[in-house]
Design a protein around this ligand. Structure first.
Ligand code: GDP
Ligand code: MG
Length: 170
């Protein structure tokens, strides 16, 4: 089977937009402008980078708006578990504009406890301010998920670096 990379994170951080970018990057294609934000929300998409072919699985479709509810957390864990079980790497997406929120910490704690070896990449999305980027990125070190990588899925910025970070696992 092809290696699979899971994309996880709370709602609206830009997971689906990033998935589309990751999968379009190797084809040399930018996403058509009117497609940006109108996320395709396909669960699996094929990506290709530096000659490696792998699947990217988007964990979209979370059902609960109340991020603090136990039901929401149970759902995010369930979806993440299903995706992680078949993945060799995971990209955790966070929102650089909001900084760390409680759900990010919950996801990070969940991942740190994950029983098998899985390459973890931390993507700090919505980084569109070069002046603020250093502090936006630094904010996420305490998650304990390694080096936070700045990106802007909507503009395609930093996407190559996220793919490079995933490469050793695929
Ligand atoms: P998901 O719920 O995590 O899958 O997030 P989506 O990919 O559906 O994006 C949620 C919202 O954030 C949409 O309005 C996107 O257009 C927007 N968005 C996604 N990526 C970026 C980004 O890099 N910068 C900005 N400013 N907005 C983004
Ligand atoms: Mg989505």
């Amino acid at each position: 089977a092809r290696p699979t990379v899971a994309i996880i994170g709370r709602p609206n951080v830009g997971k689906s937009t990033l998935v589309n970018r990751l999968c379009d990057a190797g084809r040399g294609g930018a996403i058509a402008v009117d497609e940006v934000g109108v996320t395709r929300d396909r669960v699996y998409q094929r990506a290709e980078w530096c000659g490696r072919v792998f699947d990217v699985v988007d964990t979209g479709g979370l059902l609960f708006d109340d991020e603090e509810s136990d039901q929401f957390l149970a759902e995010i864990r369930e979806q993440a578990s299903l995706a992680l079980r078949e993945s060799c790497a995971v990209v955790v997406v966070v929102d650089g504009r909001t900084g760390i929120v409680r759900t990010d910490e919950d996801i990070a704690a969940f991942l740190r406890k994950w029983p098998s070896q899985i390459e973890t990449v931390l993507a700090v999305n919505k980084c569109e301010s070069p002046e603020r980027e250093p502090e936006m990125v630094a904010d996420f070190w305490p998650l304990g998920l390694g080096e936070p990588l700045p990106c802007s899925a909507i503009h395609g910025y930093g996407v190559a670096e996220v793919l490079d970070a995933v490469l050793p696992a695929v």
